[in-house]
Design a protein around this ligand. Structure first.
Ligand code: MRU
Length: 342
């Protein structure tokens, strides 16, 4: 399942706000509309928004390629800024934009058309690499999954959150491909319901046994011995191993420790922010209160009520059993071992 497609200069995104009841593919040729699609979470998930932003830059370059070199560069600076100002937490977005900007800023291109071609090649490379990286994470992660394991996951770190295959769900896919009989408990993931709408959809579609639970049921099933391990994705990992991921992840990690259940994070190295010492420094996105007061457009809370809606939380590294990356499994002490991935 590929949520992002690039075909003949047109960016196609599966509208993830409509899944699973409607399967709609939107087409984009304007970088500003792409930025809005990231903000509105038509496309979401850390690696997926990075790939999408890279194609947004290609669309911007195609729009401004007939201008003089100087004006082109000014316009492209703005394109990058607009795409940067969409969602603050997932570092993959900034990582992908920086990578594209490195191509833009190279002085040795003969003309703007060559720059546009190189940008398109770079975006395709980011896309293809993401698929390979997820397969490698899956391969290493599968080594920690045992026959008959039941895995709890939170949010959607699946194919829909990446170019394909997924990170946390990539490990689950790899275990299935290896012939293991595994099953999954998917937290519904209030308020945006990525678990109920997207993870349940992806796994059900592929015939991987999945049980959907509300977020507040996780502790109950852990205590009953129904969960063997937890695997989640990440939006940003600090150098000390603190992990920002979808709101509610921290609670799951604390519950896992209390119940002696391994808590794994599956993420590409592009999710590690080597500039941050710890998770306190990770910016947390605050989203529209309507996501909390409404479900499927229906108001469920009184008018005028105060609402908080942080989209992510930070799980301190002491709760993280291991981090599954494309270069292998990283164990504590994280400061030293994450440093080796640089
Ligand atoms: O707000 P979202 O849906 O973009 O949040 C997604 C997550 O928190 C994922 O777990 C994370 O981005 C990893 S996706 C491979």
């Amino acid at each position: 399942m590929r949520p992002i497609q690039w075909e003949n200069g047109v960016l196609k995104l599966i509208d993830q706000t409509r899944l699973p009841t409607e399967y709609i593919v939107n087409e984009y040729t304007d970088y500003k509309v792409v930025a809005q699609a990231i903000k509105d979470m038509i496309v979401r998930g850390a690696p997926a928004i990075g790939v999408t932003a890279a194609y947004g830059i290609v669309l911007g370059a195609k729009e401004f390629c007939t201008l003089s070199k100087e004006v082109f560069m000014e316009k492209m600076q703005k394109v990058c800024d607009v795409l940067r100002n969409t969602r603050p937490t997932a570092v993959n977005l900034f990582w992908a934009i920086d990578r594209m900007y490195t191509i833009l800023a190279k002085e040795n291109h003969n003309n703007i058309m060559e720059t546009v071609t190189l940008l398109e090649q770079e975006a395709n490379k980011i896309y293809d690499e993401d698929v390979d990286i997820n397969r490698a994470i899956g391969c290493y992660g599968n080594g920690l999954i045992r026959e008959n394991d039941t895995i709890l996951t939170h949010c959607n770190a699946g194919a829909l959150a990446t170019a394909d295959f997924g990170t946390a769900l990539g490990v689950i896919r790899a275990a299935k491909e290896a012939g293991k009989h595994i099953s999954v408990f998917a937290d519904e993931t209030r308020p945006f319901l990525q678990g109920a709408r997207l993870t349940a959809f992806e796994l059900h579609h592929e015939g991987i046994p999945v049980t959907l639970i509300t977020d507040n049921m996780a502790g109950h099933f852990m205590k009953q011995g129904k969960i063997n391990c937890v695997i989640v994705g990440a939006d940003r990992i600090a150098s000390n191993g603190d992990v920002a991921n979808k709101i509610g992840t921290y609670s799951v990690a604390v519950l896992a420790k209390e119940n002696n259940i391994p808590f794994y994070v599956a993420a590409p190295i592009s999710t590690i922010d080597f500039t941050l010492d710890n998770g306190v420094q990770i910016p947390i996105e605050e989203r529209n209160p309507k996501e909390v007061t409404h479900i499927a457009g229906q108001r469920i809370a009184p008018e005028g009520i105060a609402v908080a809606n942080p989209a992510f939380d930070v799980t301190p590294h002491r709760y993280v059993t291991a981090i599954m990356t494309e270069k292998g499994i990283v164990y504590p002490p994280y400061k030293a071992n994450i440093g080796k991935l640089k």
